[in-house]
Design a protein around this ligand. Sequence first.
Ligand SMILES: Cc1cc2nc3c(=O)[nH]c(=O)nc-3n(C[C@H](O)[C@H](O)[C@H](O)COP(=O)(O)OP(=O)(O)OC[C@H]3O[C@@H](n4cnc5c(N)ncnc54)[C@H](O)[C@@H]3O)c2cc1C
Ligand SMILES: *[C@@H]1O[C@H](CO)[C@@H](O)[C@H](O)[C@H]1NC(C)=O
Ligand SMILES: *[C@@H]1O[C@H](CO)[C@@H](O)[C@H](O)[C@H]1NC(C)=O
Ligand SMILES: *[C@@H]1O[C@H](CO)[C@@H](O)[C@H](O)[C@H]1NC(C)=O
Length: 505
Amino acid sequence: MGQAARELVSSHLGLWLLLCSWGCLGSAEPRAPPDKIAIIGAGIGGTSAAYYLRQKFGKDVKIDLFERGEVGGRLATMTLQGQEYEAGGSVIHPLNLHMKRFVKDLGLSTVQSSGGLMGVYNGETLVFEESSWFIINIIKLIWQYGFQSLRMHMWVEDILDKFMRIYRYQSHDYAFSSVENLLHSLGGDDFTGMLNRTLLETLLKAGFSEKFLEEIVAPVMRVNYGQSTDIHGFVGAVSLTCTDSGLWAVEGGNKLVCSGLLKASKSNLISGSVMSIEEKTRTKEIGNPTKMYEVVYQTGSETRSDFYDIVLVATPLNRKMSNITFLNFDPPIEEFHQYYEHIVTTLVKGKLNSTTFSSRTLDNFGLSAILTTDNSDLFINSIAIVSSVREKNNPQSSTDGTNVWKIFSKETLTQEQLLKLFLSYDYTVKQQWLAYPHYKPPEKCPSIILHDQLYYVNGIEYAASAMEMSAIAAHNAALLAYHRWNGHTHMIDQEDLYEKLKTEL
Ligand SMILES: Cc1cc2nc3c(=O)[nH]c(=O)nc-3n(C[C@H](O)[C@H](O)[C@H](O)COP(=O)(O)OP(=O)(O)OC[C@H]3O[C@@H](n4cnc5c(N)ncnc54)[C@H](O)[C@@H]3O)c2cc1C
Ligand SMILES: *[C@@H]1O[C@H](CO)[C@@H](O)[C@H](O)[C@H]1NC(C)=O
Ligand SMILES: *[C@@H]1O[C@H](CO)[C@@H](O)[C@H](O)[C@H]1NC(C)=O
Ligand SMILES: *[C@@H]1O[C@H](CO)[C@@H](O)[C@H](O)[C@H]1NC(C)=O
């Protein structure tokens, strides 16, 4: 650039700055970026929020990520005999585009997690069994349930198809101020209405038989959400997408996405437990007094605090899980008393007692996953052979009949119960979770905007709890924070986005 041009630019800049100091407030000119942003929780929600916030606010903003446990949160592995296995969130749908993108951008690898054959046990007998012959499965399904499984597939695909619109909205930077608005933009009243009715009600109305709902749909809800068909229709549909083919996981463990995003976002990890958030007026080195949030946290035996322009809460807000107190907000921030489902993951290396489930001996058993119907006498939700996070192959039945089985149950299994399931076993490890919301329609999702610049990512779990949902909510919260910081109201809660963007591309 020549001298003259440079002077022209700088004088324009000077003029612009002068004008700006008079009249920029409320105009579309960019506001200075925030100095500091806090994120609470380093699960997939918090770490992907860090990643998207960095993209939007640029390299100069300081991002602190608070985590009191392990990076990954509900994405974690447990170790059995030196091998790691997924203990929490384990499978990812092929159309979960944010998760797919993260894995690609971070240079991670994937493993396919399609298992072997599945059966459904009702407490007495196997009411459904897959066969290794695809054509036989179809014939079986038609013979037992008519064309319902095909229709079910179409029902789910239709919802998934509309759901996929979110990726286009987000790639154009559009944000939503509530989970309901987000859902409404995807599928209108049909989508938000799904939160109001149980899956059972929705599917009975759509003409599915009670037998099909009991023997196929309920077992899928039990394995994915530890609940039955009395959950709402939307989370039910999300759960049913797990019956699609092409499910995958991250080689080495899904939690590697979280540590990768943390690093890529150049955020600062603070190992500590956040205890309270309070709005305070502060005078920065330059400028007028501004409202900021004071985050008080405990690290080791020390209590510390720091000030932030923007705060994102990326953990479920309730006393049992995050126990964060909001101090002196006027009006007070709504209290969350969300009840999360208690689920125990148990890994067992042993020989299954197949006669517990069928008359066949282990040699002829052939099933590697057993789901269960909604029978209160059953003490497990599901049991399946799993492969470690490094194994590229599908789990194979071992030659001596010993396998690593993953069991989901509501309560910790007793030794007596384990002896019912296994002829013999060598090792067991377990992990307890407050896993996902206890769904009870009609469902109202918690607010995303808790206060001026204070956002809540995990309210989306009340629509459905899944890795991809957290990533979508994190992207939305980052965009929302950015647009609200800069006064871009036209990027928030736009109506008819689908139609608008259709003509744009
Ligand atoms: C057993 C199980 C199976 C699942 N299966 C699947 C599956 O197959 N596919 C799928 O997509 N999803 C699955 N899910 C759901 C999925 O794991 C979650 O939806 C997702 O991991 C939630 O991520 P998050 O970041 O929103 O929350 P979290 O992972 O819970 O992260 C919140 C983090 O915040 C931290 N924290 C909390 N309070 C504080 C505080 N006061 N101060 C500092 N840190 C705090 C916590 O330690 C935690 O690390 C499963 C979940 C479970 C439990
Ligand atoms: C769902 O129910 C709530 C009340 O619980 C109501 O306000 C809302 O309009 C309902 N939504 C739809 C789409 O039916
Ligand atoms: C929540 O935190 C408060 C103090 O901030 C503490 O007194 C209380 O015991 C905590 N509750 C739980 C369930 O951890
Ligand atoms: C296996 O289970 C069956 C049925 O529950 C039971 O009768 C049998 O004793 C069990 N076998 C062993 C070796 O525990």
